[in-house]
Design a binder for this molecule. Structure first.
Ligand code: PFF
Length: 453
């Protein structure tokens, strides 16, 4: 078996799917997806989004799986192994930088989530309050959000330091089922609320007149971010897959799980939001931190305890989802430092965590004392978000698919996809067509549009 010693492996097929789905399912599904659905008109956006998940993002995911497993190396090492001396390696470095940048701003929101979890448990979200003021005061405070962000980064650090099987896989296997159960329970609760019918109509009845260019582009960006594709995150995970892991099946399962979680998050949030008067569906990023606390207080009228339980479970859900994603971002750079500089996993992880603490501090402070510090007209949080989601991820997606279809030997690719001819992949031709043409061209269109906007 072709494996570099001491790298570690995912121990089971379920572990592979749950770890990869853990990376994909995150704040992107439960915080960003409903926000995007709310601001982009509902059901029609969801349909466009689902089309992009399966036509564009899934082919990129499969490309990442092929690169990762065939090289058995971190993203930079993968290009070094598969295309020695060629400029493709730049795509690998881009992934490492992007992983660090995403983790730096994502951990800010993860820190807010930790704070809201603690507050919801401690009953501090109960009772009528000006939740917008509460949120704005908190995020602009110079040190409070930082403490929660550092705690979150530390949690991520501890899990990543423990390694692939006893850290990442074990954690994902324990957390993902719990997360799926919480989602289903909360969705069922939400669907019994008085506004359920309006919420469902908003989510399920498409109005295609609402599909504008902006809606299409947002759906594509959301599909990439939500599936964690384009920066070598899943290539890094795939480097720990076993020889008999079925790449296409696993990618399909991850896409299905991720889409279901996103849609179920809609089932949780919109029936609840439509149940309370004066609360807006298009509240933007404040939906989860400003709108929902209002919902928790108002929707349960006579039984505030139910509102309390709902809020606690909701923020715990968000927290677990965020953590399984941050460990995957952290792993991109940890694997790189570890293998490139021959460091121990712990030392490599410490370097990554320290870099993220520094950059993450800048992102957090951009909501408060550094709000006037601008680079290219943006604060650090917005800048890192822009650079990664709108620039590096799409560009990475184009490079990854082009590398697999135009540079790698077709035989190697087919061997990886069919596990050396031992498994039959029914739609192999279609998949190769998507990787070769549809994904790079489709993503290229978004990319150019994003740049032009
Ligand atoms: N897919 C994650 C989410 O939806 O929250 C975010 C993410 C994870 C982006 C890992 C990029 C990444 F490498």
């Amino acid at each position: 078996m072709k494996q570099s010693s001491g790298r570690g492996n995912f121990g089971s097929r379920l572990g592979v799917i749950l770890a990869s789905a853990g990376s994909a399912v995150g704040l992107g599904n439960i915080w960003r997806f409903p926000t995007e659905v709310g601001s982009n008109g509902g059901a029609a956006f969801i349909l466009v989004y689902l089309a992009f998940v399966f036509l564009l993002a899934m082919p990129v995911m499969v490309a990442e799986f092929v690169i990762g497993r065939s090289s058995r190396a971190n993203t930079v090492g993968a290009y070094r192994t598969l295309a020695p001396g060629k400029p493709w390696i730049v795509a690998g470095f881009m992934g490492v930088v992007a992983g660090i940048l995403v983790l730096s701003f994502y951990s800010v929101v993860a820190g807010w989530t930790l704070h809201y979890t603690v507050d919801s448990i401690g009953l501090r979200l109960m009772g009528p309050q000006d939740f917008a003021a509460v949120f704005n005061n908190f995020v602009s405070n110079p040190w409070k959000p930082l403490i929660f962000q550092y705690v979150f980064l530390l949690l991520t650090h501890v899990i990543v330091s423990r390694g692939v099987e006893s850290g990442i896989e074990r954690f994902s296997k324990a957390m993902m089922p719990m997360l799926l159960v919480i989602i289903v329970v909360l969705a069922c609760c939400s669907l019994t609320m008085p506004g359920a019918r309006d919420g469902l109509t908003f989510l399920l009845k498409p109005d295609f007149s609402k599909v504008t260019t902006k809606v299409v582009l947002s759906a594509m960006g959301q599909a990439f971010f939500s599936l964690s594709v384009g920066i070598g995150c899943l290539a890094t995970y795939a480097s720990y897959f076993k020889e008999d892991t079925r790449l296409v099946n696993s990618a399909f399962s991850v896409c299905v799980i991720d889409s279901l979680v996103a849609i179920f998050s809609g089932f949780i949030i919109f029936p609840a939001v439509f149940s309370v008067q004066g609360v807006q569906v298009d509240a933007g990023p404040g939906l989860v931190y400003i709108t929902l606390p209002n919902v928790f207080n108002l929707a349960f009228g006579d039984v505030p305890f139910l509102g309390y339980l709902f809020s606690v479970f909701f923020y715990v859900l968000l927290l677990l989802a965020a953590l399984t994603s941050t460990i995957s971002m952290h792993e991109i750079a940890t694997a790189f430092f570890r293998e490139n500089y021959r460091l121990s996993r712990r030392t490599a992880a410490t370097i990554v965590t320290l870099i993220c603490v520094v950059l993450g501090t800048a992102c957090s402070l951009s909501f408060g004392v550094w709000s006037e510090v601008k680079v290219m007209g943006m604060g650090f949080f917005a800048l890192f978000d822009f650079l990664t989601a709108k620039f590096i991820m799409p560009l990475g997606g184009i490079l990854l698919t082009m590398f697999v279809e135009w540079y790698l030997d077709r035989k190697l690719v087919v061997n990886e996809l069919t596990n050396k001819g031992t498994v039959r992949v029914r739609s192999l031709r279609l998949l190769l067509f998507l990787i070769r043409w549809v994904a790079p061209i489709g993503v290229g269109v978004v990319f150019l549009n994003e740049l032009a906007s």
